[in-house]
Design a protein around this ligand. Structure first.
Ligand SMILES: Nc1nc2c(c(=O)[nH]1)N[C@H]1C(S)=C(S)[C@@H](COP(=O)(O)OP(=O)(O)OC[C@H]3O[C@@H](n4cnc5c(N)ncnc54)[C@H](O)[C@@H]3O)O[C@H]1N2
Ligand code: MOO
Length: 393
């Protein structure tokens, strides 16, 4: 039997770092920067006002109140700003360029708001409400380092800098294949002995959540020759093939039958759920085979594939956040296997409890869980109050 770490390494080694591609800002959401993002311009690009009001010279407001002629009107976007005439005020709007010679910005609330003449009753010190050129970013500076995940704010600053595209690691393209003659697509009536297909849909969503691009091929029949022909026609232009089902000890294990001797090693990993696993290269394409039980398939994704895909896509850290907290209910675990239990956190009490039993068909409990409780191979029981490792989902 393989340890969890050994199989993690095998799967990690299957997937190389993805090539660098240039994508539009919109397409970059969730992807990882492959090069430093350098500022082509200063931000702000010019000195501008943080307030709607008036600009004046300090010498013209030494005694307050004072009334000055209004010599200019400067809305945001004005491109032909002229120097401020001494002895006058210019009306200015938030974001508008500050004219040369202006030293004080008086917000409109401290004036009578006049347009031909303005009476200024009070004023902030010189320089206040000035938004200086380059105070956020200076041209040429590294704004985001390579390895940064592009989220809304990172995309926002790239747009503010006038960029239209960024260099990222290409998303991993995964062909997800589900096998099983008992499977029916949701939306159709269930016959006797049939169940709705959920693994491929669930795993495709999990792949999408981390920025990968899944293609789903459902219901490959339990026939090894048919499986191999469907696989070879669909595996072009993918970085990874992921199958679920058909890998344990039954009489109709299509994935095992089709891929044994083709480059995939079928092994047992010391874990529950997710014991029966397979991985290898088939005709130059990495193939990972997960067990069919839905909770086993999802836990396998969390333990093996999520970290490998994240690493291939350039993420600095591929791990879920891990905390150590006491359990609020006693929990049992099989000896010799690392157990991954669905769990619920109590963030107020700072504790965790198992959520549902360990059965790998109990998918609704997984859907209701917000954490995975990890019990080591040497642990058979945790009593209330004992510390446990918890992955935050
Ligand atoms: N004699 C033994 N039997 C089993 C062993 C064993 O060691 N010896 N291991 C058990 C464990 S642990 C697991 S996990 C499963 C893995 O079985 P398979 O990978 O061969 O999966 P299937 O038999 O095809 O399916 C298992 C279960 O999951 C349902 N399933 C499969 N695919 C889907 C899907 N796409 N969507 C929803 N549900 C799916 C399937 O109907 C079965 O109920 O083997 C144990 N048996
Ligand atoms: O190891 Mo199986 O994956 O329990 O359910």
């Amino acid at each position: 039997m393989r340890s969890v770490e050994e199989h993690q390494q095998v799967i990690s080694d299957l997937l190389p770092r993805m090539p660098v591609i240039s994508v539009s800002l919109a397409e970059s959401a969730g992807l990882v920067l492959a090069t430093h993002l350098l500022a082509p311009i200063d931000l702000p690009p010019f000195d501008n006002s943080a307030m709607d009001g008036y600009v004046v010279r300090s010498a013209d407001i030494t005694a307050l109140p004072v009334t000055l002629p209004v010599s200019d009107d400067i809305p945001a976007g004005k491109t032909d700003s002229t120097p401020l005439t001494p002895g006058t005020a210019a009306r200015i709007m938030t974001g508008a360029p500050i004219p040369q010679g202006a030293e004080v910005i008086v917000q409109v609330e401290f004036t009578d708001g006049g347009t031909a003449f303005v009476t200024i009753n009070d004023a902030a010190p010189a320089g206040q409400h000035f938004r200086r050129r380059g105070e956020d970013v200076t041209a040429g500076a590294v704004v985001l380092t390579s390895g940064t995940v592009m989220g809304a704010t990172q995309i926002g600053v790239a747009a503010a800098l006038g960029l239209t595209s960024v260099d990222v690691f290409r998303p991993v393209r995964v062909l997800v294949l589900s096998t099983g003659t008992e499977l029916v697509a949701p939306g159709n009536p269930l016959g006797p002995g049939q169940i709705y297909e959920s693994n491929a849909t669930m795993l495709a969503a999990a792949i999408r959540e981390i920025g990968g691009v899944p293609t789903v091929l459902q219901f490959v029949p339990d026939d090894a020759a048919e499986f191999n022909s469907r696989l070879s026609s669909a595996a072009d232009d993918v970085d990874l093939v992921l199958t679920t089902g058909g890998v344990s000890a039954g009489a109709y294990e299509v994935v095992k039958d089709a891929l044994t001797g083709q480059g995939v090693d079928f092994v047992k990993v010391r874990m529950q759920p997710g014991g029966p696993q397979g991985a290898g290269m088939v005709r130059g394409v990495p193939v990972v085979t997960f067990p069919g039980n839905p909770v086993s398939a999802y836990v396998s994704f969390e333990v093996f594939l999520r970290p490998a895909i994240c690493k291939a896509m350039g993420h600095r850290s591929a791990a879920r956040p891990v905390i150590t907290v006491p359990v609020s209910e006693a929990v049992d675990s099989p000896p010799g296997k690392r157990q991954f239990r669905r769990a619920l956190l109590d963030t107020v009490a700072g504790t965790v409890k198992p959520w549902g039993g360990p059965g790998s068909h109990l998918l609704a409990w997984l859907a209701g869980a917000d954490a995975i409780l990890v019990l080591g191979e040497d642990v058979t029981r945790l009593e209330v109050g004992e510390q446990a490792e918890v992955w935050l989902l």
